[in-house]
Design a protein around this ligand. Structure first.
Ligand SMILES: Cc1cc2nc3c(=O)[nH]c(=O)nc-3n(C[C@H](O)[C@H](O)[C@H](O)COP(=O)(O)OP(=O)(O)OC[C@H]3O[C@@H](n4cnc5c(N)ncnc54)[C@H](O)[C@@H]3O)c2cc1C
Length: 228
């Protein structure tokens, strides 16, 4: 499995400074510059009470301000920042679970336009067991062979490849690999990660949640580091 951050909210700092009439963004705040995603969250939060002067010493630093917002459950301000992840080598099972989260947005490789990869996704519980892994690889090759012959037979009958693939995919197992782009705002990502990193969740999606958390906390530590 690979999880790569490919897009993240960018703040137009100069525009923000211009609107406020002074260098709120461009002046170095205590604690150093926050990331754009984090500055935007603070900007949106401070707008509510026009608290630009940061009179409360406990929330002068961006990280403290965001920690306070999270502790207060004022989570709607987290929705202004978002991130997109490019995810490779996950199973259809993971896809089915992840797409249950209604605040994430998805683009997923089409099984009607693209043939499946030759290598399946081995579940974490089986990866350490070479014998079982080898058995799964063999079964997958059998299914894939069946899929290929169905596509061949159906196209020979005159079906366009898209329709041949959509019928043939019925034999593909849950371990078939999937490629996707998934986007979420930071409130949604926190919600999804909290649910899916839990030991009660499926082992593969736990790994995904851990990797998503690592990627997001590297880029926006004030928003995600408390979940590490
Ligand atoms: C360990 C685990 C096991 C699971 N097992 C199963 C299973 O066996 N079968 C199964 O079908 N699913 C299962 N699920 C999926 C689960 O039921 C949810 O579909 C999934 O976790 C998405 O969460 P969600 O629906 O709370 O919220 P999301 O879609 O992620 O939305 C986030 C939050 O927004 C709010 N929200 C979103 N949509 C609405 C709405 N329409 N109305 C009101 N509030 C809304 C809710 O507060 C929600 O918690 C499992 C999930 C986990 C983590």
């Amino acid at each position: 499995m690979e999880v790569t951050l490919i897009a993240i909210t960018r703040l137009e700092g100069e525009v923000v400074d211009d609107k406020l009439g002074y260098g709120w963004i461009s002046s170095v705040p205590e604690g150093g510059y926050p990331k754009d995603t984090e500055a935007l969250i603070e900007y949106a939060g401070r707008l509510c009470y026009q608290s630009w002067e940061k009179k409360n010493p406990a929330t002068q630093k961006n990280a403290d301000y965001i920690a306070h917002i999270i502790s207060q459950g004022h989570l709607s301000v987290l929705e202004h920042s978002s991130a997109s992840l490019y995810v490779e080598g996950v199973s259809r099972s993971l896809l089915a679970e992840l797409t249950r989260h209604r605040h994430l947005s998805f683009s997923v490789i089409s099984q009607r336009y693209c043939s499946p990869e030759n290598v399946p996704v081995i579940p974490p519980a089986i990866q350490e067991d070479l014998e079982l892994t080898s058995a799964l690889l063999t079964r997958y090759q059998e299914m894939k062979g069946w899929y290929d012959s169905l596509v061949f037979d159906l196209t020979k009958k005159g079906l366009p490849r898209k329709q041949a693939r959509e019928a043939a995919r019925s034999v593909l197992p849950n371990m078939t690999p999937v490629e996707l782009v998934v986007t979420g705002n930071f409130r949604a990502w926190r919600e999804v990660i909290a649910r899916r990193i839990d030991p009660s969740a499926d082992a593969e999606i736990q790994q995904f949640a851990q990797m998503a958390l690592t990627a997001l906390s590297e880029t926006s530590p004030s928003v995600f580091a408390d979940m590490l």
